[in-house]
Design a protein around this ligand. Sequence first.
Ligand SMILES: C[S@@+](CC[C@H](N)C(=O)[O-])C[C@H]1O[C@@H](n2cnc3c(N)ncnc32)[C@H](O)[C@@H]1O
Length: 256
Amino acid sequence: MSTGMPEHFMRIAEEYRTLRETDSPPITVIQSHLPQKPLLGADIGCGTGRYSELVLSVLEQDSTLHCVDANEEMLAELKRRIMSTHGKTVSPIISPAEELPFEPEKLDFITTFNAVHHFDLDRFLKEVRRVVKPQGQAFVYTRTQEQNQRGIWGTHFPGFNEKENRLFSRKSIEEAIRRSLGLAIKSVVEFVFQRRKKLNELIEKAKKHHYSTFALYDDTELTTAIDTFKRNILKQYENPEDITYDDENTLFIVQA
Ligand SMILES: C[S@@+](CC[C@H](N)C(=O)[O-])C[C@H]1O[C@@H](n2cnc3c(N)ncnc32)[C@H](O)[C@@H]1O
């Protein structure tokens, strides 16, 4: 049986950080766009907070970061992990991205990492526009549909592209920002990260649903797909102990 997404995130909350790579280059870009003063921001769809933590690390003292997620288990994990904040305030909030619990024009910035494909994008952007100050910013970090298709899973894992029909193309995100009235695209940065893994590590990631896409397979389907993936990789790479591939992501920098 395939699982619904809230159940998926509830099940993997504890292990989520070990299953996914956390990349710091987008944080460096975000930092370069933020004013150097205490700020009030929110990380939406923060999950266990692995990126919230990185955002916090580049904020000035006396800043506040609201960590917002719809899933209680993910947020509970965040509360367990983000202990010390060095003069910055972390405020975990359970809320859907489409109805943010903030007053109008309250925030300096919003971030969202690897989550926007779970949101109703138009309603989320409407909320972004409502809650960020004039000249405030939003940073939307995601794998686009085309990046997903070019990746190791999209290329070698049967059914991955067909199942993963939630991700937005770069064009559809750009169009959603343009039609949001009041938000403009400041810039778009594409990242390529080189990964190196053993075949067994990749298989473990699929079995443990490191991308929620794998939760869209039923058990038999996933087992069969993993076997085919294994064969495809062995055809493509000489050494199953040394698989190199690229992961790609895009950062949309949005100005109110
Ligand atoms: C793939 S995880 C990403 C978590 C985190 N940003 C990261 O990169 O580690 C997606 C997160 O979005 C949350 N989420 C999904 N739909 C949501 C919604 N409509 N509103 C708020 N959070 C949502 C999930 O509970 C999950 O924690």
